[in-house]
Design a protein around this ligand. Structure first.
Ligand SMILES: *[C@@H]1O[C@H](CO)[C@@H](O)[C@H](O)[C@H]1NC(C)=O
Ligand SMILES: *[C@@H]1O[C@H](CO)[C@@H](O)[C@H](O)[C@H]1NC(C)=O
Ligand SMILES: *[C@@H]1O[C@H](CO)[C@@H](O)[C@H](O)[C@H]1NC(C)=O
Ligand SMILES: *[C@@H]1O[C@H](CO)[C@@H](O)[C@H](O)[C@H]1NC(C)=O
Ligand SMILES: *[C@@H]1O[C@H](CO)[C@@H](O)[C@H](O)[C@H]1NC(C)=O
Ligand SMILES: *[C@@H]1O[C@H](CO)[C@@H](O)[C@H](O)[C@H]1NC(C)=O
Ligand SMILES: *[C@@H]1O[C@H](CO)[C@@H](O)[C@H](O)[C@H]1NC(C)=O
Ligand SMILES: *[C@@H]1O[C@H](CO)[C@@H](O)[C@H](O)[C@H]1NC(C)=O
Ligand SMILES: *[C@@H]1O[C@H](CO)[C@@H](O)[C@H](O)[C@H]1NC(C)=O
Ligand SMILES: *[C@@H]1O[C@H](CO)[C@@H](O)[C@H](O)[C@H]1NC(C)=O
Length: 535
């Protein structure tokens, strides 16, 4: 990046209010990049974002930039720089699904911590209500690459230059937080650009793009509404959820409606068979419907015993239920067909029913956008002192919990032979009862200030864990302490606020433990942290 000497000289001695305009930043840009706006927001100004309005943060300089990444593609990013409260740390936030939208909902909390915060639109604009829609990817390989990795990396690198210019000081530490696609982006950064971040917080990672995105379609095909004999409706899914709870809840030693390990339960769906003594005749399952449960909740193994993808843990039913399509025509809507159709075959008319093993092989071969984050050899990140905190909810009904477990195990299989103890730099937390990135079933504690989580709480200008701004309850502070102080997180305490509203107080808190440890009930009120221990 070419930096003008005049620009650097001009930077010294200017007040932040004078610096916060396009002419100050322009000398630091390469010819690809341009400033859309740069202006100061005081704590009483309202930043009107596409998903929400943000106010009450300490004063910051808000920039928006546009970078052309090829002759036919460009990405945009937001960079917010707290003027008087900067803590000399830099924080990038990731995205979700196929959505192209700057994560303003995470940037606002980030400014409250004192971070200089950055987030990209990933190279296209689309709203979160169209998170499953990848129509933008059709015939646009360069835009796929932006989504795959280039927009985040490019934004982070340029954002660092502009941050240091603004403050006329070096960034001391750089961090990342993202969930879902954001989790994938975090792992991708660790793999491909180990120098970008000192610490990465990656949740519910959609890392295995070439398999997972096809598996989404497989789940839809497994339960098509074209045949009442085997179709499972959302109502039946509720019945399944109740039976899962009935069979699995007490196995962990406490009947609290929270299944501590949804893969450990020896669940027998046969209890729901019509004519079985325990079944309710108005809500029972046919043998064909039981088979559908096994298809949805079983690993995807294909030709030559190839392991394609794991399935959900028991306890995820309420979110899995949302994926059920009620009209067969919806299979052509962006419900899982998006990736094979718009990325892999690049054919708007590709029929969803054509999904097969060849689709997986082609997806792996092409890996459009190089989006798949399946390089388990993350030694470069380890060697440069990077720290990774990875988490996944057990009740995730969008991305199976098992895919994160699989990533962790593959990384272990790759690094242990090199004499590396993963726990020295990579800790993995499974969160019982937590759904995809945020929220939970049966009031399980789920909140620890991970990416996307603040937006799941009710209240004004929420950031961190209100009332618990410490390294045990706040995963971002845990990451900072690990990177900067060498204090590895031996637990994370998840919180459930009453009605998910911090102003109403805490309803329950529970330890989550670094894998392969798990939280074990040791007696007492199960809503209290001390009633569980990591073993
Ligand atoms: C943000 O505020 C503007 C102006 O008051 C309003 O029109 C808009 O609906 C608000 N947006 C959201 C997402 O609440
Ligand atoms: C960014 O640049 C591209 C062309 O390079 C243009 O199509 C797009 O409208 C620009 N976006 C903004 C927000 O200026
Ligand atoms: C700028 O554009 C060129 C050619 O279009 C491309 O090779 C380069 O990677 C771009 N730089 C950035 C920062 O995207
Ligand atoms: C993308 O959305 C942002 C608002 O978040 C807007 O400022 C920008 O102009 C949009 N870009 C294009 C190319 O439409
Ligand atoms: C419905 O599915 C069952 C098996 O799941 C099959 O035996 C039956 O023939 C199917 N009926 C139709 C009309 O496709
Ligand atoms: C059977 O299920 C129906 C519908 O959910 C419910 O109304 C009824 O109370 C159940 N019967 C028994 C015996 O549990
Ligand atoms: C399955 O394995 C056999 C024997 O190794 C091989 O010949 C065949 O090509 C494989 N099939 C696929 C689809 O990879
Ligand atoms: C694709 O990403 C992987 C990391 O996930 C990286 O090792 C590889 O170099 C990338 N390939 C290309 C062609 O950019
Ligand atoms: C690092 O440890 C010191 C001493 O325990 C403490 O005062 C400081 O707040 C810690 N810093 C971080 C970032 O955790
Ligand atoms: C835990 O909290 C829930 C919801 O507030 C309550 O119903 C339950 O009785 C509590 N459990 C104990 C053991 O206090």
């Amino acid at each position: 990046m070419r930096v003008s000497v005049l620009g650097v000289l001009a930077a010294a001695g200017l007040a932040f209010a004078e610096k916060c305009n396009p002419s100050f930043f322009t000398p630091y840009l390469s010819s690809n990049a341009s400033i859309v706006y740069a202006r100061t927001f005081t704590s009483s100004d309202v930043f009107e974002g596409p998903l929400g309005n943000y106010t009450g943060m300490p004063e910051y300089c808000a920039l928006y930039l546009n970078v052309s990444s090829s002759a036919v593609s460009s990405y945009e990013f937001g960079l917010w720089l707290p003027t008087d409260t900067w803590n000399q740390r830099y924080m990038a936030y990731g995205n979700g699904g196929f959505t192209g939208q700057v994560a303003f909902g995470d940037m606002a909390p980030g400014v409250n911590y004192g971070f200089a915060v950055v987030s990209t639109n990933t190279g296209h604009n689309s709203s979160v209500t169209e998170a499953g829609d990848a129509g933008w990817a059709l015939n646009r390989p360069e835009t796929r690459t932006d989504w795959g990795w280039r927009a985040l990396h490019g934004s982070v690198v340029l954002g660092k230059v502009l941050t240091e210019a603004f403050y006329d000081k070096s960034i001391e530490y750089s961090y990342y937080a993202g969930c879902s696609t954001g989790g994938r982006q975090g792992l991708k950064s660790v793999q491909m650009f180990p120098e970008d971040f000192d610490g990465v917080l990656a949740g519910a990672c959609a890392w295995w793009t070439s398999h997972q995105q096809n598996w989404d379609l497989k789940v839809a095909l497994d339960n098509l509404p074209n045949n009442d004999s085997h179709h499972i409706t959302a109502d039946l899914m509720d019945v399944l959820a109740a039976e899962v709870l009935n069979q699995c809840d007490t196995a962990d030693g406490v009947k609290d409606n929270i299944i501590m390990d949804g893969y450990a339960c020896k669940f027998r769906p046969e209890a729901l068979l019509c004519n079985s003594p325990s079944a309710n005749t108005s809500t029972c399952f046919s043998a064909d419907q039981i088979n559908t449960i096994y298809r949805i909740y079983g690993d995807w193994i294909d030709t030559n015993q190839s392991f394609i993808f794991p399935s959900f843990a028991w306890g995820s039913e309420s979110q899995v239920s949302l994926m059920i399509i009620t009209d067969e025509a919806d299979i052509d809507a962006p419900s899982g067909v998006a990736y094979p159709r718009d990325f892999v075959y690049n054919n708007a008319d590709w029929p969803a029913q054509d999904l097969d093993f060849e689709t997986i092989l082609l997806s792996e071969y092409l890996d459009p956008g190089n989006a798949t984050a399946d390089n388990f050899d993350i030694r470069p990140f380890y060697r440069r002192g990077g720290k990774l905190i990875h988490y996944h909810g057990y009740a995730d009904g969008e991305i199976p919990t098992g895919s994160s477990i699989y990533y962790r195990k593959q990384t272990e299989n790759t690094l242990v032979p090199h004499g590396i103890d993963l726990d020295d730099f990579y800790r993995f937390f499974l969160i019982p009862g937590m759904e995809h990135c945020l929220n939970s079933v049966h009031d399980a504690p789920w909140y620890f200030a991970g990416a996307n989580q603040p937006a799941g709480l009710t209240g004004d200008n929420i950031w961190g864990v209100p009332g618990y701004r410490d390294t045990k309850h706040d995963a971002i502070l845990a990451l900072v302490a690990w990177v900067e102080n060498g204090t590895a997180p031996n637990e994370l305490i998840a919180t459930k606020f009453v009605d998910d509203t911090p102003a109403l107080g805490v309803q329950a808190q529970r330890r989550a433990c670094p894998y392969p440890q798990a939280a074990k009930y040791v007696g007492g009120d199960w809503n209290t942290t001390s009633s569980f221990r990591c073993v």
